[in-house]
Design a protein. Structure first.
Lengths: 173, 254
């Protein structure tokens, strides 16, 4: 899980190559929500080095059908190569990604651009009643869901009854 | 794993992958045609998830088979009689209400199936299921909500979904069919018991139908054959469109 400051990164004492890989990956932005890096999103699951210093990076997709997955893999490979690192990127599906893995800094960045960060799932099931979503513009709790599916696989569309503005909500997943 | 069990697992994984792929393609046909923008986006989002599940399942099926067929080879280079999807999902979209009924009957099955497959003794299948179940939970909520809105809506919307329910009900029996090879998979804890699955599906479907003021059709003659490659005429047209490019330009890359 993220460190005390809410960020993903290398374990304390990790070797220089692993640290450099995390730094390079932190510069790879999600193609559909470009304020978030793939590290903020929590989709970089592991970075390790073998005895020869060759790096392995595990990425996990957000949604099974997310069309951005292939682009993300390509961009991660490019960023690692640009940093002069010898790394192999693979995609792992288990354990499945959850919005709880979005780091605190990632959640702050979402809020800054007017996307409501996902509620923490905890033990709440997706079939439980929707929780109250506050409008990211005026703060009103008087909001409604317009559509369960929004502009990307990971978002739903809501609107504020007070200021009338529509806004995106990152779905709890 | 014994050879027999591995073959049975290949067949089962292929059926799941084909069912996801065909339904995903059907839903993608709504792109640009749905009754409102939000639903256009919703149906195609669900389509993307289903194609995503199909990719994972077909990739795994290809590995189990061990003949070098990858997801694309399985999706694009098989004809109708080699497809193993449920007949339900290849039925045409017709109107929006018909699409929603088909989707709900499938989603209610998928959510119960994947929920149980998370505990499969086969780690890969369990991993795929754990990923998929989060998405199909969302799908069944969407299709179930729409079914209630349409069923408990106007006279016209009620009549349309009631008609669709009658048309599609005979295709639901196939979802709970199991052959001898699959019984071995059940015994090995790889796939769930079909009787338990059917009970859970029935309870879920009946609860939503009641809220939608729709009568549950009687279980009469059930159409079967999709799982063995015997399909309705509709699948050929779907594959003709889906497979056009790779068949016209075999092995094309970009």
């Amino acid at each position: 899980m993220p460190d005390a400051a809410g960020c993903w990164g290398p374990e304390p004492g990790a070797d220089a190559g692993v640290k450099a890989a995390w730094d390079a990956l932190a510069g790879v932005m999600d193609p559909e929500i470009p304020v978030l890096s793939i590290v903020d999103l929590g989709i970089v699951r592991a970075v390790s080095a073998d005895a020869q210093g060759r790096l392995s990076v595990d990425l996990t997709p957000t949604y099974s059908g997310c069309p951005a997955t292939n682009v993300i893999v390509l961009e991660a490979e490019t960023a690692l190569a640009r940093a002069g690192l010898d790394a192999a990127v693979s995609v792992v599906i288990a354990p499945p990604w959850t919005t709880d893995w979005i780091s605190d800094t990632g959640r702050e960045k979402l809020a800054e651009v007017g996307i409501v960060p996902p509620p923490h799932s905890g033990k709440r099931s997706l079939t439980a009643p929707d929780e109250v979503i506050a409008c990211p513009r005026c703060g009103s709790h008087d909001t409604r869901q317009i559509s369960r599916f929004g502009s990307t696989a990971c978002k739903a569309l809501h609107a504020c009854n007070a200021c009338l503005e529509p806004f995106d909500v990152f779905k709890c997943h | 794993m014994s050879t027999d069990l591995k073959e049975a697992l290949f067949a089962t994984t292929l059926r799941l992958g084909d069912t996801s792929l065909v339904l995903g393609h059907r839903l993608s046909e709504w792109c640009g045609h749905a009754p409102e923008l939000e639903e256009d986006i919703a149906l195609t989002n669900v389509a993307l998830d289903l194609v995503g599940h199909a990719r994972m399942l077909l990739t795994y099926a290809g590995e189990l088979e061990g003949k070098g067929r990858d997801e694309d080879r399985l999706a694009y280079r098989r004809d109708v009689f080699d497809y193993r999807n449920h007949l339900l999902v290849e039925q045409p979209n017709r109107d929006f209400g018909h699409t929603i009924v088909r989707q709900f009957l499938h989603d209610a099955w998928a959510v119960e199936l994947y929920g149980r497959l998370c505990a499969s003794t086969d780690a890969t299948l369990a991993g795929i299921a754990a990923k998929a179940v989060k998405e199909v939970r969302y799908h069944v909520r969407h299709s179930g909500d729409w079914l209630v809105r349409l069923g408990d809506g106007t006279d016209v919307s009620h009549a349309k979904v009631a008609d669709a329910l009658g048309r599609l009900w005979p295709y639901t029996g196939e979802m709970f069919e199991r052959d001898e090879a699959e019984q071995a998979l059940v015994a090995a804890g790889i796939i769930p018991d079909p009787a338990e699955l059917k009970a859970a599906w029935t309870a879920r479907v009946e609860a939503v139908l009641e809220e939608a003021t729709l009568d549950r059709p009687a279980d009469g003659w059930m159409q079967k054959g999709g799982r063995r490659g015997e399909h309705s005429e509709h699948l050929g047209y779907l594959l003709a469109e889906m497979q056009f490019l790779p068949r016209a330009y075999p092995d094309a890359t970009w």
